[in-house]
Design a protein around this ligand. Structure first.
Ligand SMILES: Cc1cc2nc3c(=O)[nH]c(=O)nc-3n(C[C@H](O)[C@H](O)[C@H](O)COP(=O)(O)OP(=O)(O)OC[C@H]3O[C@@H](n4cnc5c(N)ncnc54)[C@H](O)[C@@H]3O)c2cc1C
Length: 506
């Protein structure tokens, strides 16, 4: 059988700092084998099966991003199939050596084991985290609290240098243009062909009931988003130049400032936060590259996380990037967190409201019809752009779980269906945090929607921006929420078994 080296591209659509791509291409040159960069559009992505949520924004993104990524290679195969199974079948025709960047999901490791069991030579490279997955405390335990984790990994995070950018190498010989068309389930590298492969269904299954999002939530408009590595890098360079990162600590929570940047033509593209989550989620850039760009821009190593002489904005931003690492680290070690509370005392103990009430409240929440203006505005921002500001994500998660008594897993599932920057680990961590059941146990926080709106959207610009098509928003005439906060708060305390103690209103 002819030898073939594969770079198995997954969530790493970039040439810079791509360990698997570099390793695969070097191996192919060194061992004089043919080289094939390959993306498998997996069945769970294309099927539209709500059991394996791959939402519309992700379908749109891949349809746009894949052809552009592929066009940078002499040959690139986009195929459909089941990840490992596809490679096992291909291994019957070629003697395969596969290079792939790692991930934090259990399914990824199951696929790797399957490949190994089938005798496929596969090498997994470190990429998903920029700090060791096995980071442990002095006592040898895994970290469950963010701050000590951050202290431990900080030095490693800021010094982990990106790898060189992949360059077209003359000695690299691709699979021939005769052999490529013979690959099973080959798609043409066009947006249209890829988009057609996806199901057009927009379904969401919650507590055994399947909802049709196409009827409930208007189709999202993703047009303002970037889809390539070059655009993502430029966006971050512009963000640095604009001074927004320097002012990040001060401005990152402001919903008013976020609204000011959502004009009609650039739906979700600009803002006081960096909007790098999409780039990080699909690997258009690595966190290491962002770190290096900050170091160059400020001419500063940021070796002291507590220094008062360096940009506060940059230090806070690095901290946020380490939150992302923290959640990935948690999910890697605890795959069960996807549907289990991190904190034992809350596993199966919270009495969520009955299913009928929960369904009615969940529907109102999804549609942005709760009567809490700040929540409704946030849900419309998400529905329209596939993205929501972090402050809003915290607010809507707290209101759904605390005020409405709806299980956090429902909210997590809806976000999985509609976020363009879906990162399962951050989404899960965010939802567990929002429901106060996650790692890093803080006192139970009950967000007061009115207070949050006052603190982070005092002028009402954010609410006005996202509710104006309803024509209903006015700061002076607040709408009536489906459940009044004081009553909701008391019920939440009962549900959490707190009876009035130990919770703070935010
Ligand atoms: C309920 C909930 C769900 C969330 N789901 C996701 C998700 O699916 N994907 C996702 O990337 N983030 C998620 N987050 C975290 C956060 O809201 C987004 O990362 C952030 O809003 C993205 O916008 P930005 O890139 O402009 O962020 P910036 O403020 O510019 O931050 C820079 C980067 O730091 C990281 N980051 C910032 N805040 C957080 C955080 N709280 N947790 C983890 N990483 C963070 C992100 O990678 C982000 O791109 C969630 C938060 C909550 C509360």
């Amino acid at each position: 059988m002819p030898p073939l080296t594969i770079y198995w591209s997954r969530r790493d659509l970039r040439l810079a700092d791509n360990p698997a791509l570099l390793a695969a291409s070097s191996y192919a040159v060194e061992h004089k084998t043919a080289f094939l960069p390959l993306f498998i559009l997996e069945d769970y992505m294309t099927a539209g099966d709500p059991a394996f949520q791959f939402g519309c924004p992700s379908r749109w993104f891949l349809s746009e991003a894949l052809p552009q990524f592929a066009s940078q290679f002499e040959q690139f195969a986009i195929v459909t199939g089941k990840g490992a199974q596809y490679l096992i079948e291909l291994g019957k025709k070629y003697q395969l050596t596969v290079f792939v960047n790692d991930d934090v999901y259990i399914d990824f490791y199951k696929q790797i084991t399957k490949l190994q069991n089938a005798g496929v030579n596969v090498t997994v490279l470190e990429d998903a985290l920029s700090v060791p997955k096995d980071t442990r405390s002095g006592e040898g335990n895994l970290y469950s609290v963010f701050t000590p984790f951050k202290k431990n990994v900080w030095a490693r995070f800021i010094t982990y240098k990106p790898q060189p950018t992949f360059q077209p190498i003359q000695e690299l010989s691709y699979l021939s243009s005769k052999e490529i068309p013979a690959l099973p389930n080959l798609l043409s590298n066009t947006t249209g062909a890829i988009f057609e492969t996806f199901s057009k269904k927009r379904l969401l299954t919650i507590a055994g009931t399947t909802l049709d999002l196409a009827e409930l939530i208007p189709l999202q408009n993703m047009a303002g988003w970037y889809t390539t590595e070059a655009e993502a890098l430029k966006r971050f360079a512009d963000y640095l130049k604009s001074g927004d990162l320097d002012a990040y600590k001060k401005n990152r929570d402001s919903l008013e400032l976020d609204a000011a940047n959502h004009d009609e033509t650039r739906t979700a593209y600009t803002g006081k936060t960096s909007k790098m989550s999409l780039a990080l989620a699909w690997g258009l850039v690595s966190a290491r590259t962002l770190m290096q760009m900050m170091q160059k821009h400020f001419d500063e190593s940021f070796d002291n996380p507590f220094s008062t002489r360096v940009s506060e904005g940059a230090l806070t931003y690095i901290s946020e990037l380490i939150w992302r690492e923290f959640y990935r680290y948690q999910l890697f070690h605890r795959p069960d967190l996807m549907d289990t509370e991190f904190q034992k005392k809350f596993q199966g103990t919270i009495q969520w409201v009955d299913t009928e009430t929960a369904q009615a409240r969940f529907l109102a929440w999804m549609k942005g019809e709760t009567g809490y203006s700040i929540v409704d505005a946030a849900m419309k921002q998400l529905a329209e752009t596939g993205w929501m500001h972090n402050r809003s994500r915290m607010i809507v998660a707290s209101i759904l779980t605390k005020n409405f008594g709806v299980d956090w897993r429902w909210g997590q599932e809806y976000f999985r269906a509609v976020l363009i920057d879906l990162d399962e680990a951050s989404n899960n961590g965010g939802w567990q945090w929002g429901a106060s059941v996650g790692a890093d146990p803080k006192p139970i926080r009950i967000f007061n929607a009115e207070l949050q709106a006052k603190n982070y959207d005092a002028s009402g610009a954010y609410q006005e921006r996202w509710l104006r098509s309803d024509g209903a928003f006015s700061l002076n005439a607040p709408s009536v929420p489906i459940i009044e906060h004081k009553q909701a708060r008391e019920e939440a305390l009962m549900r959490y078994g707190l009876g009035g103690e130990g919770a703070r209103d935010y």
